[in-house]
Ligand binder design. Structure first.
Ligand code: ZN
Length: 778
């Protein structure tokens, strides 16, 4: 699903103290929060000898009815039960039912944009209002035809919202397979709904179609959840099984179609010119136009009446989607991955140029290179980016993106180009998370969105400086949001997230970046992250498998980090609370008492003490009140004290006597954890005469749950300044309290003229008032 920026947060979430039992447990292991490891999912994070997963293979015929904006199809599903369990029934996902008027999604839509304080509506943005009306009126949901076995016998089935249970006459034993047929149709939604697929109108009146979540699919069945029957209500995107697909898509004959998989009848649907250009694109160093702008224009004018069927095949994918239009331009570029050529390709209409023409396929290629290197070599033959009604959505080998219509030579805003580049990288990046590393998104959205955002930032940052700048700003926003009270927790299931941009995308991404750059270092992190991808490619990991793999492969205990960053909502704010300097006192009575006296004298007299000194006492005047205390000086050592010291030191062993030679300065830095989230401490210590040293303290210093930890170090030289986290490496939300001695915080303020009163009476009397205001605008 598309990237979203973190919003201002108001929700209340579980404080860390409740999860930990007590805040002193920041360093306790998170075993109690994770499922117990077993032989299917090992304690090391590896899939174990008992790991299994189901298989679903699909043969589908589908037709797009352009006139009625309707999809109808029939499929044969082969379901292979690799589980050790006998299944009395099968669950099938009917995602389209979420758009039916009686669905949980439709019926639980809340009136948005009402002021929480007075309950009155705020201003509604046009697009949001169109979406609201369309949602209320759209006739969505599946119209199911027959559900039969291969012989055509009707199968008993029960539809429960967005799922359908097929009852089996004979339970399905382990390693047995069951095949069934379904026929269906549904209305395609307009872009107004903006829910992962639909159609978008071009200037010519023609449409672009992006079709997904369109065929009845097997619900995931796995060891941790059993049947994943969570309803499809919006955020929790998919929980799917891997399988092979053979799909025949019938569309108007002048359409070009992009889809999951390899096109197996190119000879029937592509001209020889297009095939020749595709061949050239394989080895070109820049994208080659397969359908040019002029050719797309011709297609739009021609309005052919016949139909054509595009035939695709895909192996080991968990889903299938397609896009098509007669208005598409098409470009392609071969990218070498692991010795194989992958075709990076884009479909977009002329009104999306020039941003798409310049960046789309290049962004796909960048994703293929960066992710293949850092995560797992891209295993499929094609990677599509297609333009249409959807702001950003991912499917195997094909992604849906959008942009506003941009005229040639138009100066478009930074956000527009960044959005195109970043979202294309993000959606193509989903080929790894979750299309290859197949986590259950109905449950944990962050496991794919967070890992993917972490990687898409890297690919984008390494591609384009403008994108880089915007991504770095997003990290700062996360740190700010973390510092607000009650920011929501990452470990929240997909549909219950109150701020998914923050919970599923940007906070996990920043966390992984911290782990890589500041906590583990690239070498340990990259090994572990790749190991996770390798272990779980084409399998279904859970958060526990990720946490355990990252620890066992890096060799570093990270439970404190998972607990604080993923299960908690504390933020990072380390503060230098104070610095103390100590010198060795060897206890020799003369020098030691002189120091006592100096310390005593350093304390200034209070006004009352000064008053007493000035008036004196009765004993000053009457000498008979004076005893020996009047001549006793506690800071002058007595004979007895001197001889005791001498006797004691004489008895010391030589190594003990050597200790008295210690002439260095002993410093203690007190650091207060104001934010709650613990982090390693890195100090830069500046000495007189300009030298400096770095002192690194591991995060384990916090293991006793202290609010303030005291970090000692000794030095020959006098310290003038200490800075904590000078490199801004640990997401500290307030760097101003990281310097000792504290500096004056600097800021700015601006002046602006007061807005004149716009009282209508005044306007009538002084018609020039508005004009004056206009003149003042800068
Ligand atoms: Zn996403």
């Amino acid at each position: 699903m598309k990237r979203i920026l973190p919003a201002i947060l108001t929700s209340i979430s579980l404080p860390l103290s409740l999860i930990c039992g007590s805040e002193n447990l920041v360093f306790e292991q998170i075993a109690s929060l994770l499922p117990t490891p077993n032989e299917a999912r090992l304690a090391t994070g590896l899939p174990g000898p008992d790991y299994w997963q189901q298989e679903a293979n699909y043969q589908i015929k589908v037709e797009l009815d352009e006139a009625n904006s309707r999809i109808s199809g029939s499929e044969t599903v082969e379901y292979i039960n690799h589980s050790p369990h006998t299944l009395p029934y099968l669950w099938v996902q009917l995602d389209q039912n979420t758009f039916a008027q009686d669905s949980k999604r439709q019926r639980s839509i809340q009136a948005l944009n009402f002021d929480p304080d007075d309950g009155k509506p705020r201003e509604l943005e046009f697009r949001g209002f169109r979406n609201f009306i369309y949602n209320q009126e759209f006739e969505g949901g599946y119209e199911l035809g027959s559900v039969t076995d291969l012989e055509g016998n009707a199968l008993p089935f029960t539809v429960v919202g967005t799922n359908m249970r097929i009852n089996l006459e004979k339970p399905l034993s382990p390693e047995e397979s069951f095949s069934f047929k379904v026929e269906w149709s549904f209305n395609l939604q307009d872009e107004a709904m903006s829910m992962r697929h639909g159609r978008r109108k071009l200037k010519t009146g023609d449409y672009i179609y992006q079709v997904a979540q369109w065929y009845p699919r097997m619900c995931a069945y796995y060891d941790q959840e059993g049947w994943q029957i969570k309803p499809y209500i919006g955020h929790g995107e998919f929980a799917l099984e891997f399988g092979a697909f053979e799909v025949q898509i019938t569309v108007p004959e002048d359409f070009v179609v992009a889809a999951t998989g390899t096109l197996v009848n190119a000879g029937d649907v592509l001209t020889s010119k297009m095939r020749e250009r595709l061949k050239n694109a394989r080895t070109s160093d820049q994208a080659v136009m397969i359908i040019t702008e002029e050719e797309a224009e011709q297609n739009l004018k021609r309005k052919a009446r016949g139909k054509k069927t595009w035939h695709f095949k895909a192996e080991i994918v968990r889903d299938f989607a397609f896009a098509g239009s007669r208005g598409y331009l098409w470009d392609a570029l071969g990218v070498e991955v692991d010795g194989e050529t992958v075709m990076a390709m884009s479909l977009y209409p002329s009104e999306s140029t020039p941003v798409w023409k310049r960046y789309s396929t290049e962004a796909v290629a960048q994703t293929l290179r960066v992710y293949s290197d850092a995560v797992y070599p891209y295993p499929y033959p094609v990677a599509w980016s297609t333009w249409g009604p959807i702001g950003g959505m991912e499917y195997p080998m094909i992604s849906f993106q959008s942009s506003r219509e941009i005229e040639e030579n138009e100066t478009y805003p930074t956000g527009e180009r960044n959005y195109v580049i970043s979202v294309i990288i993000h959606e193509v990046g989903h080929n790894w998370f979750p299309m290859i590393i197949n986590n259950d998104e109905r449950q944990w959205q962050w496991l794919d969105e967070g890992l993917n955002s972490f990687m898409d930032y890297r690919a984008g940052n390494l591609m384009d400086p403008v994108v880089q700048k915007s991504n770095l700003l997003s990290d700062r926003r996360v740190i700010k949001t973390m510092a607000t009270a009650g920011d929501p927790i990452i470990m929240t299931s997909a549909d219950n997230q109150t701020s998914r941009g923050f919970q599923a995308y940007s906070k996990p991404a920043l966390g992984l970046n911290l782990l890589r750059q500041s906590i583990l270092g690239p070498e340990l992190f990259d090994f572990a992250f790749k190991e996770y991808a390798l272990r779980w490619a084409f399998k279904r990991p859970t958060p526990a498998d990720f946490f355990r793999t990252m620890e066992s492969a890096s060799g570093v205990d990270l439970d404190w980090f998972w607990r604080g960053w993923f299960y908690g909502n504390d933020h990072v704010d380390m503060q230098i609370h104070g610095v103390n300097l100590y010198r060795l006192d060897d206890g020799e009575p003369s020098s030691s008492k002189a120091l006592d006296e100096a310390e005593e004298e350093a304390i200034p007299d209070t006004p009352y003490e000064l008053f007493l000194k000035e008036v004196g006492t009765l004993a000053d005047e009457q000498s008979h009140l004076q005893d020996w205390y009047f001549s006793y000086d506690p800071y002058v050592p007595t004979e007895k004290e001197l001889s005791t010291y001498k006797k004691t030191t004489e008895k010391l062993e030589d190594w003990q006597k050597d200790m008295f030679e210690f002439g260095n300065l002993a410093y203690v830095i007190s650091v207060k954890n104001t934010g709650g989230m613990i982090m390693p401490l890195v100090f830069d210590i500046d000495f007189k005469k300009g030298e400096s040293r770095r002192l690194e303290v591991p995060v384990e210093v916090w293991r006793f749950g202290d609010e303030i930890v005291k970090v000692p170090f000794i030095s020959e030289r006098e310290v003038v300044k200490i800075t904590l986290d000078r490199d801004n490496a640990f997401a500290d939300s307030n760097l101003d309290n990281n310097v000792f001695p504290q500096e004056i915080e600097q800021g700015r303020f601006k002046l602006k003229p007061k807005k004149p009163q716009t009282n209508p009476m005044q306007k009538a009397l002084f018609p020039d008032a508005d004009k004056n205001e206009e003149d003042k605008k800068e």
